[in-house]
Design a protein around this ligand. Structure first.
Ligand code: SAM
Length: 241
């Protein structure tokens, strides 16, 4: 149907993906205790598509505060982060760990994540001690998980996730992924640290249920319950039963 044939009918507006994508990243400074970190991020979200990872979420603030106060827990460890977004958590970890692998599923988010990692590595930053890697990982995608595990054969000491529980359909594959990483190691040799921000009762219940369904124990880390961005947040330590 051409424009004239459409007559009174409403014309269909075709928008390209790029129409919705805001790439106006700003170099922003964040402070967590004694740790000061600069990275590129948006100040507000793009209007469409799954671009939540272009900005820093309250769960990352909670996680990074916890990390800066408990840096000794990360000393020399290897980490895989799920849903890294702009990389604020993984990049902070690189100051204390030996190996950090940041992951995300969104190609647009992976671009800004790589740019932030380049910023930190190319500055010959003496505070950055770890090997920093980036991998594409969609939760539940076993091929991508296996590719990561072929590269990092010993698995990881810690799996980190900051503010990654916001969409119900992604919770079962998220826990499938966590289970795959946890089971690479002997029981007790790998933990999932989740900075959780409560936005819906349904999600609170789902996270607990999925952990149990995957044979995991979920415990609140004492002293981590706090208000972040007007919401209740907590850090969970999740291990195999
Ligand atoms: C709310 S943002 C949090 C980003 C960052 N961790 C923070 O706290 O600032 C959620 C992140 O998870 C990623 N994500 C969402 N669903 C995913 C999935 N199914 N597989 C992998 N990553 C996903 C998004 O691309 C985004 O970067």
């Amino acid at each position: 149907m051409n424009r004239e044939d459409k007559g009174e009918e409403e014309e269909e507006i075709v928008c390209l993906e790029s129409f919705f994508i805001n790439n106006d990243y700003q170099l922003t400074t964040f402070t967590f205790g004694s740790q000061v970190l600069q990275l590129f991020c948006l100040q507000s979200a793009s209007t469409d598509f799954d671009l939540t990872g272009q900005l820093v979420w309250p769960g990352a603030m909670l996680m990074n505060d916890y990390i800066s106060k408990n840096a000794e827990l990360l000393q020399g460890s290897s980490i895989v982060e799920l849903g890294s977004g702009v990389g604020i958590t993984g990049i902070l970890c690189s100051r204390f760990c030996s190996e950090v692998v940041l992951t995300d599923h969104n190609d647009e988010v992976l671009k800004i994540l790589k740019k932030n990692i380049d910023l930190h590595t190319s500055m010959e930053n003496p505070s950055c001690k770890a090997g920093l890697g980036v991998e594409k990982l969609e939760w539940g995608n076993s091929d991508q998980i296996n590719q990561i595990l072929q590269k990092y054969t010993g698995g990881f000491d810690l799996i980190l996730g900051a503010d990654i529980c916001f969409q119900q359909s992604s919770i079962p594959p998220l826990f499938d992924t966590v289970e795959q990483f946890l089971r690479i190691r002997e029981k007790g040799q790998c933990k999932f640290i989740l900075a959780y921000v409560s936005r819906a009762k349904m999600m609170d219940t789902m996270v607990i249920r999925e952990a149990a369904r995957h044979g995991m124990l979920i415990n609140e880390i004492p002293g981590t319950c706090s208000v972040v961005g007007n919401l209740q947040g907590v850090i969970f330590e999740i291990t195999l039963e």
